[in-house]
Design a protein around this ligand. Sequence first.
Ligand SMILES: Cc1ncc(COP(=O)(O)O)c(C=O)c1O
Length: 381
Amino acid sequence: MAKIQTAQLNLAPNVIDFGAGQPSLHLLPLELLREAAVNRLGNDDTAYLAYGAMPGDGFFRQKLAEFLSEHYQMRVDFSDLFVTGGASQGLDLICTLFSRPGDTIFVEEPSYFLALRIFDDHGLNIVSLPMDDQGLIVEAVEHKLSQHTPAFLYTIPTFHNPSSVTLSAKRRHRLVQLSRRHNFPIVADEVYHLLNFSAAPPPPLASYIESSPVISLGSFSKIMAPGLRLGWIQAEAAILARFCECGLVDSGGGLNHFTSGVMRSAIELGLLEKQLTKLKSVYRKRKITLSNALRELLPDAVRFVEPEGGFFIWLEFADNIDTVKMLAAARQHNVGFLPGIKFSSQNGLSNCARLSFAYFDVPELEEGVRRLAEVVREYPE
Ligand SMILES: Cc1ncc(COP(=O)(O)O)c(C=O)c1O
């Protein structure tokens, strides 16, 4: 008989799978959401049980705009926000509204592997763009623009998944200039922007919406709980109108309406702020633990950049190492990771691996690296 499951992830006990790129169950804020839900349901307001306003509830968007204004350190106008069922759903809707099967889009190499799956669902043709330690290489975008006209460019500018790098302020500026000049939308997946461990990153690409065709994606998955399926799109009025007027919203009303009401209370009661502060402190500690253990136990030839935010560490092994084969060996040691090839639209990056520090606590991270080090030691040169 098939096992009945509630959560997507189903890890065997004693396996430390660094591939799990989501928060530990015990980090998910049950008490806090109970308080927010009781507050919302105590308001005797049946409007949250009706079909929602097309861009999403105005009161929720106002609260979200206040929250973002403070954390982005810029003015966010609630009328520039459209509520989604999470960044994945927002991205799927962008593909529906801004591309047709067979269109070309520009995507970073590496990129978020599940975004690649969404692009595949829409029959899009991917042209990949190289990155370095300052993020996307903008000259390469310029070069590709002489050969292709993209329906849009998809980027993860801050605390990238999987590489954890952040696009420099200078490159952000040049990238949006290009989008204006060549008139292609930039889809900026900014879901990790608020999860910085030290200094704030450069302003989000959302800060360019007034002057450029930028569509910024945000999500409560990374700062509250992925099961809420709640996020937002930030864009200028003419772009936003396309989301508000689409068939999906016309038929079903504003997306994830009731949950946005609960989140409105969570913001009003200061609970989102509280959770974000807690998460940053927990993830920062875990990131330090994982980085130190990797430096101590893995050979120097394995390269990585210590992240300044987000969920991930991206390992680069010597060119001759195949991390798909290494993963098979790792499974024997009850440890796992995601092989680099998953993040490539070109079947490349086979010597890389993504580790996440979002799921496991400090002692498990240390034990996981001990197991990984044995795998690396035993792996044939
Ligand atoms: C870059 C990126 N975009 C989107 C998502 C998915 O976000 P959501 O849960 O809001 O759909 C993730 C989650 O791993 C991610 O890393």
